[in-house]
Design a protein around this ligand. Structure first.
Ligand SMILES: *[C@@H]1O[C@H](CO)[C@@H](O)[C@H](O)[C@H]1NC(C)=O
Ligand SMILES: *[C@@H]1O[C@H](CO)[C@@H](O)[C@H](O)[C@H]1NC(C)=O
Ligand SMILES: [Zn+2]
Length: 531
């Protein structure tokens, strides 16, 4: 073949690949920008408030109204209500050990601080399982399916060590209230009841009935509080339009490459397996050891688990939709990549693996948490045991993970015992027609300056997981803005909330309750035109 023909072929190839590249680039860009377009602000936005069915003021105006209406005294009351709640050490030490004195005191406390809630003829209050609380708020239109707001009163332990102020002091510094429970989850308990108290004071009567559930053992499983509340509602044949519990939040610069605060609503939460591994061998003197002891066998097994992480499942759960919906919020070139997961998902899934926080989103995680073995320095250990904590990606089941574990260990001398296990929670709907998700989105837009809303995965577990039989629409969202430095305060040192953030949290529930009075999601203009 002559040189010129080579050049010609080369030229054609170059030309073709240029055309190909051009087509590809246009496809990527078109998807990037049409997706942004599609990530509209939800069916309620841009149409104003339609008719009397929504009843209230325009988006945002309500907030201002509440701000204006909230007198100095009320704002002071709000702050003191939270501070008083923080001072009661409602600690859950374990499933068996809780500070029941404090839990009882907490019950007295809310009666005292929210007299309107406890005396209203619209509201029925019941104590469940000794320390949990169930409020039934009767709406005027029994044809509307009720919804439920959840929060929990117990907290994880905290000692003064490492804290700048004692953890149950509720001290104020620079506009922040410090203390265990300020983020998880007493702000929500007090926030929901305070919003209700304000509404009652303004003679508000809901159209749609709703429940408020305050669990008392969320931090140690919710087996007593939340589960009893569920059993009670289920025995009455209650079905719920949606459930809102704590969970994800408005994240400000927490996700790298995202330019402004974004609201993530948890539509599922990871499953969990607590697995105990045991190796038993004949004991003996260490002067004549066998080639492997129980410690060596078990160490090799757990090491294999650590060296062989569970498969990367990026895109198989709602995390794919999350990145796609937020694509337009990322800086270039991440925005193009997120909008074109069909091409870039292998690359993005690798990038997400690099940090433990994002790795937890793309796969079932494996954490070796306990290792016990040996009795004396010159005795062959008769037994060694280890505990592994797996957190399951929404697209995997307990059975699938256990199969992989057996395959990875491949050693019959290692006995496996499942101490505790549950599957990931079903993914709640987040489409344009879903009432709960859209009411949340509408309220988030109004209270958090139009922060974009996207579905997300809760890495931790909440009381709401016990509600799957009452509704398919379970959402996990704590109405606060979290910055990167706040993340470690939850269950950690110097947990705190800004007074302003707490006021906004109350406004969120205040508005959510009223927005939930709508009959249904309005059919959007866009859909009408497309038809
Ligand atoms: C339990 O709570 C009470 C207050 O309700 C408190 O006086 C007591 O110190 C707490 N106990 C523990 C072990 O934290
Ligand atoms: C849901 O209902 C089924 C059947 O009644 C029951 O077996 C299951 O335990 C319930 N799940 C929860 C979380 O309550
Ligand atoms: Zn919590």
């Amino acid at each position: 073949m002559s040189r010129s023909r080579w050049r010609c072929a080369g030229g054609a190839l170059l030309w073709l690949s240029l055309v190909g590249l051009g087509v590809l680039v246009s496809a990527l860009l078109i998807r990037t920008y049409t997706l942004q377009e599609r990530r509209r602000a939800g069916p309620w936005q841009g149409e104003g408030v339609r008719g009397a069915e929504l009843g209230e003021l325009e988006r945002g105006q309500l907030i201002e109204a509440l701000r204006g209406e909230m007198q100095r005294g009320e704002r002071g009351h709000l702050r003191e209500a939270l501070r008083g709640a923080i001072r009661i050490p409602t600690v859950s030490f374990s499933e068996e050990e809780q500070n029941t004195t404090a839990l009882a005191e907490f019950g007295e406390y809310i009666r005292k601080v929210f007299p309107g809630v406890f005396s209203s003829s619209l509201i029925q209050h019941e104590v469940v399982a000794g320390y949990s609380h169930l409020f039934t708020v009767r709406g005027s239109d029994p044809s509307l399916l009720p919804y439920m707001l959840l929060a929990h009163s117990d907290v994880v332990p905290a000692t003064s060590e490492g804290w700048d102020v004692p953890p149950f002091s509720a001290e104020e510094h620079n506009g922040y209230i410090y203390g265990r429970g300020t983020l998880d989850d007493k702000s929500c308990v007090i926030g929901i009841l305070q919003a209700l108290e304000f509404l009652l004071k303004r003679s508000y009567k809901p159209r749609r009935s709703f429940y408020v559930g305050i669990g008392h053992d969320e931090e140690v499983s919710g087996h007593k509080g939340a589960m009893k509340i569920v059993a009670k509602l289920q025995s009455q044949g209650v079905a719920l339009a949606f459930v809102l519990d704590e969970g994800l939040a408005v994240l400000d610069r927490v996700i790298q490459g995202v330019r402004r605060p974004i609201a993530l609503v948890g539509t599922t939460e990871k499953g969990s397996i607590t697995l105990k591994l045991t190796v038993n061998r004949a004991p003996g003197h260490s002067s004549m050891p066998p080639p492997e002891t129980s410690i060596g066998i078990l160490a090799a097994a757990v090491s294999r688990l650590e060296q062989n992480p569970m498969p990367n499942m990026f895109g198989a759960g709602p995390e794919g939709a999350m990145f796609e919906q937020l694509a337009g919020e990322f800086v270039f070139p991440l925005n193009v990549m997120m909008a074109n997961l069909w091409l870039f998902s292998p690359l993005i899934s690798r990038i997400l693996e690099l940090k433990s926080s994002s790795n937890a989103i793309v796969r079932t995680t494996t954490a070796l948490t306990l290792f016990n073995a040996g009795i004396k320095s010159n005795v062959i250990p008769p037994s060694a045991s280890a505990t592994v904590d797996f957190r399951l990606h929404p697209a995997q089941t307990v059975q699938e993970v256990l199969d992989i574990v057996r395959n990875t260990i491949r050693d019959d001398r290692v006995e496996l015992a499942v101490l505790k296990a549950f599957n990931p929670l079903p993914v709640s709907p987040y489409d344009e027609g879903n009432f709960g998700y859209q009411v949340l989105q509408r309220t988030i837009h109004a209270v958090f300056s139009d922060a974009p809303v996207a579905p997300g995965v809760c890495i931790g577990n909440t009381d709401s997981r016990h509600f799957v039989n009452l509704t398919n629409s379970i959402y996990r969202f704590t109405p606060v803005v979290l910055k990167p430095e706040d993340m470690s305060r939850i269950h950690g040192l110097n947990e705190r909330i800004a007074q302003e953030d707490f006021e906004r949290l109350v406004q969120f529930y205040y508005q959510l309750i009223q927005n939930s009075d709508a009959d249904k999601v309005p059919t959007s203009h866009r859909t009408a035109h497309e038809l």
